[in-house]
Ligand binder design. Structure first.
Ligand code: ADP
Ligand code: MG
Length: 300
């Protein structure tokens, strides 16, 4: 069945409407169905952190308790994207070393109290987390009642990657429509499978319809078929992504809808298992906007 959204006007007031529901759900106990999802890619700079922040914020706004784990050691850019950089006092390393408790290292989002962030380490020098540490940590986060735990994975396939995927039961692979990124995504898909993670979904980021039309970029379908991974979402190239990064406010919080924001929001809905999601955008920009919307969202 198709669900029609509230997004009938370009004003996104979805956030405000959800507040009471979010608060209610926060008090509910977990039923053992927590989902631990690693956001990974192989190649750096393709949009893992952007995806983690936006999926996390969307799922939180739908009323779930969400913990975002920044496992990208050294860069810690998830806190910047969320505007929480000044609040990171403790990291998981401090918990492992007995310097603080988990609840002291978990930072609550200013806007959505059911969204929290945990950084693994501030510097590469101070990183001696083991797979077992990661597993224990995630188990403790689960015990606090978080329903979705999204792990922002570092690039590459070395120790940071191995630790980040250790506690995960599911994965979202992010790629751009470029052959180098796709090759790395394919390698990562193989590694995930070898580690028993079979529930894997794909985000194709930085898609440019104008370039696809001129045959200068691979289509989303081509990328998806090359990798053979079910598509969770296609996100357009959009300068608003960079603006929102600088502001420390994930796109999905924008009052004025952007196509990339809608695309992330829809990906989040698919991830939580809502039925495919139809957007009725009867806005003045209908023509161009709808065309793009059909391109990114319409054909599934
Ligand atoms: P990763 O975590 O994989 O290294 P990031 O999420 O940090 O990647 O993104 C890398 C850069 O690309 C950032 O500057 C980000 O703002 C930019 N970026 C990501 N997705 C998009 C997009 N859809 N459109 C435009 N810029 C993007
Ligand atoms: Mg990153």
């Amino acid at each position: 069945m198709t669900e029609t959204t509230q997004f009938v006007s370009p004003e996104n007031n979805f956030g405000q409407e959800q507040t009471s529901e979010a608060v209610n759900l926060v008090t509910e106990k977990n039923s053992g169905s927590e989902r631990v999802i690693v956001i990974t890619s192989g190649k750096g700079g393709v949009g893992k952190t952007t995806t983690t922040a936006n999926l996390g914020m969307s799922i939180a706004r739908l009323g779930y308790r969400v913990a975002l784990i920044d496992a990208d050691i050294g860069l810690r850019n998830l806190d910047l994207l969320l505007g929480l950089e000044n609040r990171v006092l403790y990291t998981a390393m401090d918990i492992v070393e007995g310097q603080c408790r988990l609840d002291q290292a978990l930072i609550r989002d200013k806007r959505w109290k059911n969204l929290a962030l945990l950084a693994i380490s501030k510097t590469r020098q101070k990183y001696n987390v083991t797979r077992k540490n990661m597993q224990n940590l995630i188990n403790s986060v689960k015990e606090l009642g978080f329903q979705f735990i999204l792990i922002d994975c570092p690039a590459g396939i070395d120790v940071g990657f191995v630790n980040a995927i250790a506690p995960a039961e599911e994965a979202v692979i992010v790629t751009t429509p470029e052959i180098t990124a796709i090759r790395d995504a394919d390698r990562v898909a193989g590694l995930l499978e070898a580690n028993g993670i079979y529930n894997v979904k794909l985000i194709v980021n930085r898609v440019r319809p104008d370039m696809i039309q001129k045959n200068d970029m691979m289509s989303v379908r081509d990328v998806q078929e090359m990798l053979g991974i079910p598509l969770l979402g296609a996100i357009p190239e959009d300068t608003n992504v960079i603006i929102s990064t600088n502001k420390g406010e994930p796109l999905v919080l924008n009052k004025k809808l952007t196509l990339s924001g809608i695309a992330f929001e829809n990906a989040a809905r698919r991830l939580i298992g809502k039925q495919d999601y139809f957007i009725d955008l009867t806005s003045p920009q209908k023509g161009m906007f709808q065309k793009l919307q059909e391109f990114f969202l319409g054909e599934e």
